[in-house]
Design a protein around this ligand. Structure first.
Ligand code: ADP
Ligand code: MG
Length: 345
């Protein structure tokens, strides 16, 4: 594919996913050991033995995090978690990470050590080894790129593409809290900028702030699937929001879906905070990102296995593609579910 030198298209016209699709078009896997290339939560490579699952994410200061309210230790922890979450979304167990950073001279050695203390904590909590990376300088902000590597036997790996009409749609935990935590931190930042003597008003908001600043990856759910002998038909981690990530499953699986509004789990603090911000709680649950819960589908035959799973919620069903992706509201209406609102690459 030769780039046409005379044409200039704004990246914003395509959006993140449009750009990835355009770039990926030229890189269909050619090797027999590439089981999955671009397009899922992680690539899957098989060199004989257990397949290897590989996922990379990059966090950029000013886009993905703000050091005014994100402590460096938490940032290091979260940067690892977002990658481990993608490995878990393949129903694989994370084993190794590499960490690459670009830092400006604004940062001291101690600051970088603080970042790494969070990376260390995540490695310990998830029994993952840090095995390499790269260190370079940046003209201004901090950039962190992490690659996570994991594994599971071939038959247990789950993709975005395996959902079938009639499958039961489940989520591993409550949604919207991380987004509302971010709104609180942003509000307190504005208050602080306007008047640095003001103390932040964060009491009673611990849950929401923690969901934003120190998320966890659902390795416990992957462990449960193993124990219960359950292999979801499709799975994705909710990084961009339920609506957007459900759309990825439906697109990859060639299906539709419906979600029962009343069954979408929200924490009480999140519901109350949404109302305080004059936001519709369900909108926060559907479109707020960064919860890092797993969204997955199972065949009806496996219903009992999810019924007795801890912290799992049945929120809807996979339907035929022609039925579209729909929200069945608490008021009894059926609305198309569109990926809208808040998203950054
Ligand atoms: P996630 O939100 O699960 O991290 P993304 O939406 O970032 O997934 O990426 C979707 C797919 O596109 C993944 O397979 C990812 O590896 C791939 N991808 C993203 N950016 C690029 C890129 N610049 N070049 C090649 N592949 C990419
Ligand atoms: Mg993902």
């Amino acid at each position: 594919m030769e780039a046409d030198q005379t044409k200039r298209t704004d990246i914003g016209e395509l959006g993140e996913f449009g750009l990835i699709d355009k770039l990926a078009g030229d890189f269909a896997p050619g090797r027999p050991d590439t089981l999955t290339g671009i397009g899922d939560d992680a690539a899957v490579l098989d060199y004989g033995g257990s397949p290897v699952v590989v996922s990379t994410d990059m966090l950029v200061e000013g886009i993905h995090f703000d050091l005014m309210y994100q402590p460096l230790k938490h940032l290091g922890y979260k940067a690892v978690i977002t990658n481990l979450s993608d490995v878990c979304a393949m129903n694989a167990v994370p084993r190794h990470i590499t960490v690459s950073i670009a830092v400006s001279n604004r940062f001291s050695v101690e600051a970088v050590e603080e970042l790494y203390s969070g990376i260390r904590a995540a490695c310990d909590a998830y029994r993952v080894d840090l095995v390499g990376g790269d260190t370079t300088s940046s003209p201004r902000g901090l950039i962190i790129s992490i690659t996570a590597i994991g594994t599971n036997v071939r038959e247990k790996l789950t993709y975005r593409s395996g959902a079938k009409p009639g499958d039961i749609l489940c989520v591993t935990g409550d949604l919207g809290a991380a987004y509302l935590g971010l709104q609180i931190l942003e509000r307190e930042k504005q208050v602080y900028l306007a008047n640095p003597d003001m103390q932040p008003e964060l009491s009673q908001k611990e849950y929401l702030i923690r969901r934003q600043l120190k998320p966890e990856a659902r390795l416990d759910s992957v462990a449960y699937f193993e124990k219960a002998g359950l292999v979801p038909t499709a799975m994705i981690d909710i990084s961009d929001g339920l609506a957007s990530d459900l759309m990825h499953i439906c697109k990859a699986s060639g299906t539709g879906a419906y979600v029962e509004e009343a069954q979408v789990p929200m924490h009480d603090e999140a519901r109350m905070q949404a109302i305080e911000f004059n936001l519709d709680p369900i909108t926060c649950a559907l479109h707020g990102g960064e919860d890092y819960e797993l969204l997955f589908a199972v065949t009806p035959a496996d219903l009992d296995k999810v019924r007795f799973m801890d912290s799992v919620y049945i929120i809807g069903e996979i339907t035929a593609r022609e039925d579209g992706i729909k929200l069945h509201t608490s008021g009894g209406q059926l609305h198309p579910l569109t990926a809208q609102g808040w998203k950054h690459c």
